[in-house]
Design a protein around this ligand. Structure first.
Ligand SMILES: [Mg+2]
Length: 238
């Protein structure tokens, strides 16, 4: 559990640094990555909705798209999406496999190179944390580097609500980033409007367009990255 309202609970611990440094020089001490449509080419909630049939899929995708474009606040749609889908443990396990199968090209190599150069890597996501952890562990990240939403099961084992978290709100990623007090300078990378909120707390915000290009996010970004190779080229010297 990485997100609780208690002060200090969000601070980085064992993931402060990657493995032994190499001669490559880092531009940033820390890089924070979004998950859905950045580290992996799916939107987890939409993927779960598709398992419920076309009517639920259309309803949930419409809500997600409006939140990522900034037309609707995330807090207005988060609970409604989960209520519509009501995923169980089997659904979350299947979603974990889907994340794994859709990892962005070059992401594993990029994160390994960044960590080898001494860059601290964290993931800040509005997705469901249990479904993200198998993927983030495959990047070599410890679980305390992964900040996402914890689903809560009802009496029937359906995850229809979540633990209170800033990450279910439109500007929550900014709050989490400030609370973590990660090493500086810090680059934040993501594709959505909720990621753009991190620009206020990061030294540099990059729009990741490898899967989806959102004009409002690109317009607010200091940098645009179309691949993880481009991220490494920007973040590390040759
Ligand atoms: Mg995203």
């Amino acid at each position: 559990m990485s997100l609780t309202p208690k002060a200090g609970s969000l601070r980085a611990t064992s993931c402060e640094r990657g493995p032994a440094a190499t001669p490559r020089v880092r531009r940033y001490a820390c890089i924070v990555l979004d998950a859905d449509s950045t580290l992996a080419g799916i939107e987890g909630i939409d993927w779960l909705a598709a398992r419920r049939g076309p009517a639920v899929q259309r309803a949930v995708e419409g809500l997600t798209a409006q939140a990522m474009d900034g037309a609707l606040a995330l807090e207005a749609v988060y609970a409604e999406r989960l209520r519509l889908i009501a995923p169980d443990a089997t659904d979350l396990a299947a979603l974990a496999e889907a994340y794994f199968a859709s990892v962005a090209p070059g992401a594993h190599d990029a994160i390994a190179a960044l960590r080898a150069a001494g860059v601290t890597v964290h993931v800040i996501s509005g997705g469901l944390r249990p479904a993200l952890l198998p993927m983030t562990r495959s990047f070599g990240l410890t679980d305390d580097c992964v900040h996402a939403v914890e689903p809560v099961a009802d009496a029937e084992g359906r995850y229809t609500s979540v633990a209170p978290s800033p990450l279910t709100t439109q500007a929550g990623k900014e709050a989490v980033l400030r609370e973590l007090a990660l090493p500086r300078p810090l680059l934040a990378v993501g594709d959505g409007a909720t990621d753009l909120a991190m620009a206020r707390a990061a030294d540099v915000f990059a729009a990741y367009i490898g899967f989806v290009r959102r004009d409002a996010v690109v317009a607010g970004a200091a940098l645009v990255l179309d691949s993880f190779a481009a991220l490494v080229a920007h973040a590390l010297s040759a």
